[in-house]
Design a protein around this ligand. Structure first.
Ligand code: AMP
Ligand code: ZN
Length: 477
């Protein structure tokens, strides 16, 4: 029997004991990225949280079918491809490959299925036909729309009611729509855009229908768990529910979980705000293990504020974990005997945290207490204690992915980083102090002093970048 787990279900807004439809089997869907550009570390949070759910459920003994899609047909892709004078589908395919590289660098377990919109057209069209047949879809000039008032339970996830939604829509009402809240299922093709044949003419799907169709194709009509970033709850997930339930005439998903944002300077990190750090750039500098560590060091339902301190803390902890794992490989039992209860309890405590709505931060806390204890006791370990140490490390690797397959490589990357900063004679505290002083000088309109500080840093190959939120980043040139 798999271990019991409690998950905060956004359908009921309560933490509930997770009960899959078929005992021991989990049908899990997570909304994946739109492949038009390199992913940023905000996207990484959603990806790593999906990976956490998948890993923990497996480690607890569930048989998980995990589907994470790629949105490879979308306005953003079409616009970007046009700018680059590229075919939109080719552009998207290129970035699917780049996303895969990023996911591998974050130590993510492969999903069971990773469908793409471009490969799901027959299922999308079938589903739209079912929606029309069941009275929730209508066709106007080659466009198919979902009629929101036809679905009485609309708003049950986001807790919005149709009345206030209609008032909330201020943009000029689309003449084609029977109701301002209606949304697109299929839109007619425009010149130069990718398109597919359909009963309504050549066109392409609206955004939301893809996930309903992909989920049904690989998981069936009713899912056990659905995940995405909190920004997807409305309208995306609300619309997924409406489409799937209208088409299939049965409940779409029993549990909905959403990760909070990764914030940068008190705002959501997002392309449109221009405050993004690409996964690729971060990993190149610090290694993927450090990013994964930061992302799991906060509960998925809490906001994660990106800062230098968060990175420094993760650097220190990743180093400690990987040094410890290597040290364990050389540990020898000094006696035959039972497991030390102090060592034994860590695994249970970690499982307890993870079975409490995937509390990765809590689990990590227990692991660090264990690590300190084992290091202090390393000369006095019984064979059973040592076996438990290995078992615990293995669990941290399987359920959290916090121990890399090659600890040596992680440590070498960290060493490179330390050498980089010390070889250039950089004293981070000194730089931060000058940045503070420059900020003060600027606030006092003492431009001469502010310029002088910038020059002093430039002379040491430190470049400053002022952010819109008033903070300043630095890097070695
Ligand atoms: P997108 O490519 O913008 O559709 O986003 C892909 C996934 O990343 C979605 O699940 C989003 O909710 C999630 N996401 C985007 N930005 C952030 C952020 N700053 N913090 C957490 N999740 C994010
Ligand atoms: Zn989706």
């Amino acid at each position: 029997m798999p271990r019991e787990i409690k998950i905060h279900n956004n359908l009921t807004r309560k933490k509930e004991t997770f009960e899959p439809i078929e005992a021991g089997k989990v049908k899990f869907y997570s909304c994946g990225p739109t492949t038009y550009d390199f992913l940023h570390i905000g996207n990484a949070r959603a990806l790593v949280v999906g990976d956490l759910f998948n890993r923990v459920l497996r480690a607890f003994g569930y048989d998980v079918t995990f589907v994470r899609n790629y949105t490879d047909v979308d306005d953003k892709i079409i616009d970007r491809a046009r700018e680059l004078k590229r075919d939109a589908l080719e552009h998207a395919a290129l970035f699917v490959k780049e996303c895969e590289k990023d996911m591998n660098s974050l130590g993510m377990m492969p999903a069971t299925h990773t469908p793409k919109v471009s490969e799901t057209m027959p299922e999308i069209i079938d589903m739209i036909q079912d929606i029309i047949k069941n009275g929730s879809g209508y066709v106007v000039d080659g466009e198919v729309l979902f009629h929101v008032p036809s679905f009485a339970e609309y708003g049950k996830l986001s807790k919005k009611d149709l009345e206030s939604l209609q008032h909330g829509i201020r943009v000029e009402v689309d003449q084609k729509k029977k109701n301002p809240a209606d949304f697109v299922l299929w839109k007619p093709a425009k010149a130069g855009e990718p398109s597919w044949d359909s009963p309504w003419g050549k066109g392409r799907p609206g955004w939301h229908i893809e996930c309903s169709a992909m989920a049904k194709k690989f998981l069936g009509k009713t899912l056990d768990l659905h995940h995405g970033g909190v920004d997807l709850m409305f309208p995306h997930h609300e619309n997924e529910i409406a489409q799937s339930e209208a088409a299939n005439q049965c409940p779409f998903c029993r549990n909905w979980a959403h990760n909070e944002f990764l914030n940068f300077g008190s705002e959501k990190m997002s392309k449109s705000l221009g405050n993004v750090v690409k996964i690729r750039d971060f990993v190149e500098k610090y290694g993927g293990q450090v990013l994964r560590h930061v992302l799991l060091s906060v509960h998925y339902r809490a906001r994660l504020e990106w800062s230098d301190e968060v990175i420094q803390k993760a650097l220190d902890e990743v180093k400690r974990i990987h040094e410890f794992v290597l040290e364990c490989q050389n540990m020898k039992a000094s006696s035959l005997g039972e497991c030390d209860p102090e060592i034994e309890k860590c695994l249970d405590k970690m499982m307890e945290e993870l079975s409490n709505d995937f509390n990765s931060a809590g689990a990590m806390g227990h692991y660090f207490s264990f690590l300190r204890y084992v290091k202090a006791q390393k000369e006095n370990l019984s064979n059973e204690s040592l076996a438990q140490v290995f078992k615990t490390n293995k669990f941290v690797s399987a359920a959290l992915g916090l121990v890399a397959e090659n600890p040596q490589a992680v440590l070498e990357k960290l060493k490179e980083l330390e050498q980089d900063t010390s070889a250039s004679g950089v004293d981070a505290a000194w730089i931060e102090k000058l940045i503070e002083e420059r900020k003060l000088a600027k606030s006092e309109k003492n431009w001469a002093r502010a310029d002088e500080i910038r020059k002093e840093l430039t002379a040491k190959n430190i470049v400053l970048k002022d952010n819109p939120d008033g903070s300043t980043d630095w890097k070695i040139q």
